[in-house]
Every structure is written in structure tokens, then in C-alpha cells.
Design a protein around this ligand. Structure first.
Ligand SMILES: [Zn+2]
Length: 230
């Protein structure tokens, strides 16, 4: 049966067509930022144990992490890769907010957010921020904050060095390169922080960010969420 609402949506779609953030095909009214095909093709990790998984193990022996989660695998030449390119380099911050919300809604029905009382996105160096115009991790965190109602602390941690791109470094070089990369610059009146980043590779950057918080607040509980894991 055609309802007024369907008619309205069809009309909106006709007047203001929307396109998939990955493949650029036209979205139908029930689809949001990505088409169903691209959404289905994302290489999901399906992490159910937040305490012991491929993500949490990256931090063992480096920094205490309570829970850790990544939503999909960052496979080259996959929908995940194309999504991250759009989010980081093609000025689509809205994709980050939306995907952050999608992930949060999924985790909300589990116990992932239990006890977490604030969200901190991994900050960009100001120079990188100026060229990109936004921090992609903040956009993801905004989507999570919207769904969970948790406070988003955007200016409490600062990236004090613009570390050169880490792509050609080995894992141990990356860990050396990110020492003292961050500094806490405002009081964090909470006890369990969710650190949010876009892509997790070796965990060096997130370790450094968590360490900066723990240097100031040794009893702080840290959990980690990233959209992708390389
Ligand atoms: Zn698509």
C-alpha cells in the first residue's frame, strides 16, 4: 500500500537524489549513506569478546586496556579502504558521524559501553587539522556520542608533535616514533575513557595517547574503539 510517507520519501528522492559514499550508485529511500551492497561487502570483524581479541592483544604488555573493538578489517582495494579514503581525503566527515552511530547502536545492545563515562577522539596535530578541515576520529566519536549520550571531550588531549607518516616504518620504529606524542591539557573528571580512532595499525598511536592519559591519571580505565583494523 502506498502511504503518504512513502510518497513523500519518493518525492524527496526524486528532487534530491542521494548517492552511496563508496560506489556512488543512487541510494533508495531506505538506504542512508551507503547502499546495501557496499554495506554488506564491508569486511566485518564480528568481535564478540571485547577483552581478548586481535585488537586488545595489540596492547598487551604496553598499556592496560579494558575493552577493545574494531568494526571492520582495513583490506586494501576493499569497500573498507574506499570508505576510509572518502572519510579522510574526500571531505566526507558525515560518513564518520553516520558510521560511528551505526557501530554504537550495534554495541549498545551488548555490554561494551557499560561503565564508560566519556569519549576522547585521538587528536590530529593542528597542522593536519588545518589542511583536512576536520578530525575524522572526532566525527566517528560524534556519532557514538549521539547514540550513547556520553560526553565527548574534544579538546582535553592535544597532539604535540606532527609525526611523519608511519607507513614505511616497522612496528618497533612506530612505537619509538610516537613516544610523548600527546599531552593532556584539560582536567578529565571521569574514570573510564573510550578512545576513538579511525584505523588501528600497530596500536602505536593509541598506546601513546592512552599513556599520556595514564601519566596524568594512573587509575583511569581505558577502552578502545576504531572503525577499522589493518
Ligand atoms: Zn555502494
Amino acid at each position: 500500500m502506498i502511504t503518504l510517507q512513502t510518497l513523500y520519501h519518493d518525492l524527496c528522492n526524486l528532487l534530491n537524489p542521494r548517492f552511496c559514499g563508496i560506489c556512488d550508485s543512487r541510494l533508495n529511500p531506505s538506504e542512508q549513506k551507503l547502499c546495501a551492497k557496499c554495506l554488506m561487502r564491508l569486511p566485518y570483524l564480528f568481535i564478540e569478546n571485547y577483552y581478548d581479541n586481535d585488537v586488545s592483544r595489540l596492547f598487551w604488555g604496553r598499556v592496560p586496556v579494558e575493552r577493545a573493538y574494531s568494526h571492520f578489517r582495513y583490506l586494501h582495494d576493499s569497500e573498507a579502504h574506499r570508505f576510509m579514503v572518502m572519510l579522510k581525503y574526500k571531505h566526507r566527515p558525515d560518513l564518520g558521524v553516520w558510521m560511528g552511530g551505526v557501530v554504537a547502536r550495534e554495541l549498545l545492545s551488548q555490554d561494551f559501553f557499560d561503565g564508560i563515562d566519556c569519549i576522547i577522539p585521538v587528536p590530529l596535530h593542528w597542522r593536519r587539522y588545518l589542511t583536512r578541515g576536520y578530525n575524522q576520529s572526532t566525527q566517528i566519536a560524534r556519532g557514538i556520542a549521539k547514540v550513547t549520550g556520553l560526553p565527548l571531550l574534544k579538546r582535553h588531549v592535544r597532539r604535540i608533535r606532527n609525526n611523519e607518516t608511519q607507513t614505511h616504518k616497522t612496528s618497533s620504529e612506530r612505537f619509538q616514533n610516537v613516544e610523548n606524542l600527546f599531552r593532556v591539557r584539560r582536567k578529565i573528571p571521569y574514570s573510564h575513557v573510550l578512545l576513538v580512532d579511525d584505523v588501528l595499525t600497530t596500536g602505536a598511536t593509541l598506546t601513546s595517547c592512552a599513556q599520556a592519559i595514564l601519566d596524568k591519571y594512573p587509575t583511569m580505565c581505558i577502552s578502545i574503539l576504531t572503525l577499522a583494523k589493518a
